[in-house]
Design a protein around this ligand. Structure first.
Ligand code: C5P
Length: 234
């Protein structure tokens, strides 16, 4: 059985993770959440007490990491030194620090090797920002998932609420939902602007990616569309 990679890229809050996981499960394929790999590396930096903007120190910590991310779409437990850190990876500290860590060229080079090894380990759905352009430019199918900014903020806030993590950027006691939504929207904008403008592997659609706008689609409908495109590519 040869490799069959489906690359799903796009900005934050488009529903990439939900869609990618469901597509992988439907195809009995593996699922690789590359954002979680960058988040785990960021957690290592924070645990080491290093300033995420100190490029040399960050590179030294991350290039020493051996990462073994989960690939089962039904069972996504992210471990760090044997502890399940899945919830902490979604928290405010990591979400803020992941931007400079993931813009670090030495970090990207080290994590690229991990991602490419797993991406080519069979049938895989790989989700991130640079999968179609850098990690798996030979992917059988490339999807670039978008959604309008307001809808993305709503989705990310709902996801944060379900995970019971404190939404990034929110300060003060008991902010109301509108304030939390505004904080999430501004954090998404901060990350997307930075992800799109960094020098190495910026967020961008591959020339041969299929653009899917999920603003008005239920996740099940987006999944159906991706599965239809996958079936066409064999
Ligand atoms: O997808 P998620 O929000 O978990 O990604 C967290 C961060 O990791 C992104 O904002 C981006 O800075 C970085 N990332 C990346 N390249 C990828 C996946 C994620 O730079 N392929």
């Amino acid at each position: 059985v040869g490799d069959f990679v489906i690359a799903i890229d796009g900005p934050s809050g488009t529903g990439k993770s939900t869609v990618a996981r469901r597509v992988a499960a439907a195809l009995h394929a593996g699922y690789l959440d590359t954002g979680a790999i960058y988040r785990t590396a960021t957690l290592a930096v924070l645990r080491a007490g290093i300033d995420p903007d100190d490029a040399a120190a960050v590179a030294a910590v991350v290039t020493g990491l051996t990462l073994d991310p989960p690939v089962d779409p039904e069972r996504q437990r992210h471990l760090f030194h044997g502890d399940d850190v899945s919830t902490e990876l979604r928290g405010q500290a990591v979400t803020t620090a992941v931007t400079p860590v993931s813009a670090n060229p030495a970090v990207r080079a080290h994590l690229l090797a991990v991602q490419q090894r797993l991406a080519h380990s069979g049938r895989m759905v790989v989700e991130g920002r640079d999968i179609g352009t850098v990690v798996a430019p030979d992917a059988a199918l490339k999807i670039y998932l978008t959604a309008d900014a307001h809808e993305r903020a709503r989705r990310r806030l709902r996801q944060d609420e379900q995970l019971a993590v404190v939404s990034t950027g929110v300060t003060g006691a008991n902010p109301d939902r509108a304030a939390r939504l505004a904080a999430v929207a501004s954090d998404l904008d901060r990350r997307d602007t930075s992800d799109s403008s960094r020098a190495v592997a910026p967020l961008q659609a591959a020339a041969d990616a299929v653009l899917v706008d999920s603003s008005d689609l239920e996740p099940a409908e987006t999944v159906r569309r991706v599965l239809g495109l996958a079936a066409e590519r064999g």
